[in-house]
Design a protein around this ligand. Structure first.
Ligand SMILES: C[S@@+](CC[C@H](N)C(=O)[O-])C[C@H]1O[C@@H](n2cnc3c(N)ncnc32)[C@H](O)[C@@H]1O
Length: 290
């Protein structure tokens, strides 16, 4: 498979901002395999129920607040989120900015958390920044590079890259809707067949299936050209998010390096794999008393 281009981080918040317009609190995790989701949810509950009710918690790359909601359910009320994307109507105060540059004093929060968010800010630098503002604990959950969820994201990003190539589905759809003809109908049939053929060798067909289904649905909408543009934008944004995830997921060596830096700056650290082979990893750190 050809290497994927690294996404431009300056443009990354836009695809995320678009995602969070419609996505639920658990939008980023509901596609995970059920056993993985259950294990992650149980571990968060176990960690959070050990906190004193007056603890303060900062969640990095918080999205709509999946971890903050779990913290609220555990009785924690002093909540703060940070995300690079502006997200409307959150139930917690949100600072829009990078997790690698936090506007908080040293040791400002009892605990700093992240669930599949901190790695997007440049893992090593963002972990150091999280440690700076954590008074007691750091609980960070990241995707595992080379694990099944990472591989799945790589495949979806590659499918979006294929759709953006010479097959040009969105140009062909727009041309058909602008001037329908027997030739354009035949072209759309050929497009659908090409998508099915491409999906035949895919492990995860969700992107291709989504586009294939959308081609039928567009026939019935009032403005199919606008619908085609919206479909193209949605698929492109999804590809950018998948690509970003592929590029950002820390390797086992990245985690070991981060653990070493945390130990050197006064934390006891443990690393826990989630799944076999690991789909995700916990980096759990507690500041040593001085
Ligand atoms: C996979 S989602 C996880 C969201 C949330 N933690 C959850 O579990 O639902 C990744 C989040 O990281 C955010 N993000 C991306 N780059 C970031 C950065 N440099 N600093 C802070 N947040 C970032 C995205 O906007 C997105 O909301």
């Amino acid at each position: 498979m050809p290497p994927l281009p690294i996404p431009d981080c300056a443009t990354l918040p836009a695809p995320w901002a678009a995602f969070w317009v419609d996505a639920d609190v658990d939008g980023c995790t509901k596609g995970l395999p059920p056993a993985l989701r259950t294990a992650i949810g149980a571990r968060w509950r176990q960690l959070l129920t050990g906190l004193a009710p007056d603890a303060s918690l900062l969640d990095l790359g918080c999205g709509r607040g999946a971890v903050l909601a779990a913290a609220r359910d555990a009785g924690i009320t002093r909540l703060q989120g940070v995300d690079a994307a502006p997200i409307a109507d959150t139930f917690f105060p949100l600072h829009v900015g990078s997790a690698a540059s936090l506007p908080y004093a040293d040791r400002a929060f009892t605990v700093v958390t992240s669930q599949f968010g901190i790695e997007y800010a440049g893992f090593a630098a963002a972990v150091a920044e999280a440690a700076r503002v954590a008074a007691d604990r750091l609980w960070l959950l990241v995707h595992a590079a080379g694990g099944p969820v990472h591989d799945d994201a790589r495949e979806q990003a590659a499918q979006v890259a294929w759709l953006a190539g010479p097959i040009a589905p969105f140009d062909r759809l727009a041309a058909h809707f602008r001037a329908p003809s027997p030739a354009s109908v035949a072209d759309i049939d050929a497009l659908r067949t090409a998508i099915v053929d491409h999906a035949a060798s895919a492990g995860n067909t969700s992107v291709l299936e989504g586009v294939w289904r959308a081609i039928s649905a567009l026939q019935d909408v009032a403005d199919p050209i606008a619908g085609t543009h919206a479909l193209a934008a949605g698929v492109t944004a999804h590809g950018a998010r998948m690509q970003a995830m592929v590029a950002a997921a820390p390797t086992a060596a990245d985690i070991a390096d981060a653990a070493g830096c945390l130990r050197a700056s006064g934390f006891d650290v443990s690393v826990e794999d989630v799944g076999t082979p690991p789909a995700a990893r916990w980096l759990l750190a507690t500041r040593r008393p001085t």
